[in-house]
Write a protein of this length. Structure first.
Length: 107
């Protein structure tokens, strides 16, 4: 009985860990912009941030200058853009493993 319980516990743990890994590898579309200029976050310079469920997080793993001129008319400091991202929230920052800025759609 003890071995059965241990086996079931290990299987359950493996399923939980696999689900967490799958969630961290899903591409999500979210808002991205300058944390200071567009999202009103505290900071000394312009830094890339994403907004998830109304809460903003600074981004680690890429930076604001890697995606064009932040101060251009369509840049992060002037507009909020959509981005396809993969990442996780860690220590109140969004750590990305994939970040692709989406084209601007005309409305």
């Amino acid at each position: 009985m003890k071995k059965l319980f241990t086996f079931l516990f290990l299987m359950f743990s493996a399923v939980i860990l696999a689900q967490d890994k799958n969630e961290a590898s899903k591409i999500q579309i979210m808002e991205a912009s300058c944390g200071q200029c567009q999202f009103g976050m505290e900071g000394k310079s312009c830094d890339l941030a994403v907004r998830i469920d109304g809460k903003s997080y600074f981004v680690e793993g890429t930076n604001i200058d890697a995606h064009g001129d932040a101060h251009a008319n369509d840049g992060f400091c002037a507009s909020i853009r959509k981005a396809a991202v993969i990442g996780t929230i860690k220590d109140n920052k969004f750590v990305v493993t994939y970040f692709k800025l989406q084209p601007i759609t005309k409305q």
